[in-house]
Design a protein around this ligand. Structure first.
Ligand SMILES: Nc1ncnc2c1ncn2[C@@H]1O[C@H](COP(=O)(O)OP(=O)(O)OP(=O)(O)O)[C@@H](O)[C@H]1O
Ligand SMILES: [Mg+2]
Length: 288
């Protein structure tokens, strides 16, 4: 009996957070190592279903960098990145569509269904949720760099997404956008997640990654970064690679009205619940 009362009390500890986040949209970017382990994947899926069942509106946006690289290497194509952005030639785009859309997206949707939730997958032309156009990156001298089929978000069909959410579905989105003429573009999943959070006016944007959060040069976790500090760290090189679009995307979402943005360790079991249901949260909180 005592044990059961304890369990009831543990459940009740969530009450203030359930009140706070009732009906609120939580956009979760899922990528990196947390997606590599089957056990962790299962836990993420359980957490997301739990949020939905507890009255929140989770939206899942996934990447799949390591998996794409694995497929590319199988085809003897060496993955190429400039400033954290993938250079996407025609062959790479084919692999991106196959791996992100056909494989990972459908797998996440079916895992949610198997675990008792309702999910709807959107990728590229399926639903055309993410509108895109070609992304031209600029180098230090302001010269344009051609990244091929790497795209930029032009808009999100957020009303369409909300319709599915109201029907009880958890949207699962791949960061493949569709251009005006029907062409497909590979978009950095962090940027896509931030745009989705902005258009949906989300309460929270959670970026799950394969490190503790933003780390300093000694490898220690920084619990808060703001625009100024992030800018300094990017310039100085202590934030590099895939962490650049991640931090920038968080700042973008905040500027667009998303209440809070967090970069958390997807390797920690139930990281999403730890972030949402504790006062101090985990990982790095990004602030304006
Ligand atoms: N200051 C920093 N703190 C933490 N990680 C950093 C930092 N600078 C660079 N990184 C790199 O950024 C990586 C995270 O970005 P990355 O794009 O590789 O993963 P992801 O976005 O989680 O997954 P995916 O791209 O597959 O969706 C870390 O693994 C680390 O190597
Ligand atoms: Mg990334």
């Amino acid at each position: 009996m005592q044990q059961l009362i304890k369990r009831a009390e543990t459940v009740l500890e969530a009450l203030p957070y359930l009140i706070k986040f009732n009906n609120k949209i939580i956009v979760i970017k899922y990528g990196g190592a947390a997606m590599q382990s089957e056990e962790l994947k299962h836990k993420v899926i359980q957490d997301v279903i739990l949020l939905k069942m507890m009255g929140m509106e989770p939206v899942l946006v996934h990447g799949g960098g390591p998996e794409i690289n694995k497929y590319l290497r199988k085809q003897k194509i060496e993955p190429k990145f400039i400033g954290g952005y993938r250079v996407t030639d025609k062959e790479t785009m084919k692999v991106v569509q196959k791996v992100l859309g056909e494989k990972i997206n459908q797998q996440i949707v079916s895992l949610i269904k198997k675990a008792g939730g309702k999910a709807k997958g959107f990728f590229g032309k399926k639903g055309r949720v993410i509108k895109a156009f070609k992304y031209w990156k600029k180098d230090e001298n302001g010269e344009k760099i051609d990244l091929g089929f790497t795209g930029q978000v032009g808009g999100i069909r957020f009303r369409y997404l909300k319709k599915w959410m109201k029907l009880g579905y958890i949207p699962v989105l791949t960061s493949i956008g569709v251009g005006k003429r029907g062409g497909v573009y590979n978009i950095n999943a962090d940027k896509a997640a931030a745009a989705i959070a902005a258009y949906l006016k989300a309460e929270k944007l959670i970026m799950m990654t394969d490190v503790k959060g933003v780390l300093n040069t000694s490898g220690e976790l920084i619990s808060h970064v703001n625009t100024y500090k992030a800018g300094k760290m990017i310039k100085g090189g202590s934030i590099s690679g895939g962490m650049i679009p991640k931090v920038k995307s968080c700042l973008y979402a905040l500027r667009k009205g998303v209440k809070t943005a967090h970069i958390i360790d997807g390797r920690v079991p139930h990281a999403i619940l730890l972030e949402l249901f504790t006062d101090h949260g985990i990982g790095t909180m990004v602030k304006k």
